[in-house]
Design a binder for this molecule. Sequence first.
Ligand code: IMP
Length: 178
Amino acid sequence: MSLRPERVLIDRATIQAKVAEMARAIEARHRHPEPLLVVSVLRGAVIFAADLMRELNLALSVEFVAVESYGSSTRSSGAVNITRDVTEDLDGRHVLLVEDIVDTGLTLRYLISHLKGKNPASLEVAVLLDKVARRQIEVKVDYTGFVIPDAFVVGYGLDYAGLYRNLPDVMVLGESAS
Ligand code: IMP
């Protein structure tokens, strides 16, 4: 038995509509004259961040932070390590952290406290997917795309063992006989 994308959970048109809706909510709250700094988490959030940025009718620049979390391929252990930090100075900047999914909340909590330590003027968080039922710790998410059930999902940037990030829909991983 091997694990493969089994069924579509959220199709591309639904994602596209939600990303546009999230962009409108972000624009409505960012009325300050300074450009927004989007910090996208590598690697899972890049596709979401790329679509979200193209929807945002705001002056913005983009930065990347890469994290590695330890655990099995479908369950994170919560131990997080930053393998690539932002290079721009965040002091006084308005930052939007963009993440693909929040599960236990441990990765996001770590990233939020790491970025807050760089003294931004504001820090907001946008996540596409939220597995609320698996939350172990409270994290403040300002913009959420979809609350999803406790299933391992791939596609639209999310991977299983490095694969399936390029699938345009969010799919549930399941067992197949081959
Ligand atoms: P957390 O620290 O438990 O909230 O996990 C967040 C990280 O685990 C995400 O950034 C993803 O990289 C990974 N993750 C959690 N659930 C899934 C999933 O269903 N599919 C793919 N990656 C996931």
